[in-house]
Design a protein around this ligand. Structure first.
Ligand code: BEZ
Length: 211
C-alpha cells in the first residue's frame, strides 16, 4: 500500500552526488523533503532542480534537508549538474540519489506503473523530526512542481507542531491562523494573548503566535 500521512518514513542507505547517505542519520533531528524526478537531462526536471538549488537557503532556515532522486546513476546526475548550472544559474547544492535499482523509489512508491514502468513520477514527501510522513504529493512528468508551495507547507507544519493552530486556505507565513478546534474559548484566551476573532464558533482567527 502507498505510504500515507503518519506512516514511518522508510529508512535507507543510498549512493548520492554527495556520497553515501543514510536517511535517518542525514536528517538527524530536523525535517526532510525527498522528491523524485523522472529522468536526468530532461527539460522540466532541469528547471526544478535549479529552483530547489536556488531555494536551498530557505530550506536551511527551516532546518530541512532536501534530497532528490531518480533511477539514473550518480555519475549521470553529476554530468547533468553542469547543465543545471548553465541553464538555471544555480549549482546543484543538495544530494541527488542515484537509484538505478529503484530500491528507494519502490520503498516510497515513486514508480507508478500505469504512468511509466521505468521512470519515477514527481513525488514529494515531507518527513518530520519524528521520521513520520507529514505530506505526500504526486505530480505528472509533464508538470513542474511549485517548490514555494513545499516551503509554505513546511511553515504550516512547523507552526502547527508548536502551537494549537491550523492554517487557512492560501495562508502564507505571517498571515492570521485558525485557533485549534480542540480549544475552548477560555483555553484560547490563555494560549493566544493577542486575542482572537470569532467568525463561527468553530472558526476563530488569531495573529500568528510566533510573530
Ligand atoms: C521533463 O523533465 O521534461 C520530462 C521528464 C520525463 C518525461 C517528460 C518530461
Amino acid at each position: 500500500m502507498a505510504l500515507q500521512l503518519g506512516d514511518a518514513a522508510p529508512d535507507f542507505t543510498a549512493e548520492t552526488t554527495q556520497g553515501t547517505i543514510n536517511l535517518y542519520e542525514y536528517l538527524g533531528d530536523g525535517w526532510g523533503v525527498i522528491f523524485s524526478h523522472p529522468k536526468d537531462f530532461t527539460p522540466v526536471c532541469t528547471t526544478e532542480l535549479g529552483e530547489v538549488a536556488r531555494l536551498k537557503g530557505e530550506f536551511d532556515k527551516r532546518n530541512t534537508k532536501v534530497i532528490g532522486l531518480s533511477v539514473d546513476p550518480v555519475d549521470s546526475h553529476g554530468n547533468w549538474a553542469s547543465d543545471i548550472k548553465d541553464a538555471t544559474g544555480h549549482e546543484l547544492n543538495f544530494p541527488l540519489i542515484g537509484d538505478k535499482e529503484a530500491k528507494v523509489a519502490n520503498l516510497y512508491g515513486m514508480i507508478h506503473p500505469n504512468a511509466s514502468d521505468t521512470m519515477t513520477v514527481r513525488s514529494v514527501f515531507i518527513i518530520g523530526p519524528d521520521k513520520k510522513i507529514k505530506l505526500t504529493i504526486t505530480y505528472p512528468a509533464s508538470t513542474g512542481r511549485n517548490f514555494l508551495e513545499i516551503l509554505r507547507v513546511l511553515d504550516s507544519l512547523q507552526l502547527s507542531s508548536q502551537y494549537s493552530v491550523a492554517t487557512p486556505v492560501n495562508w502564507n507565513d505571517g498571515d492570521d491562523v485558525i485557533v485549534g478546534v480542540g480549544l475552548s474559548d477560555e483555553e484560547a484566551k490563555a494560549k493566544f494573548p493577542k486575542g482572537f476573532t470569532t467568525i463561527k464558533p468553530y472558526l476563530r482567527f488569531t495573529p500568528q503566535p510566533n510573530r
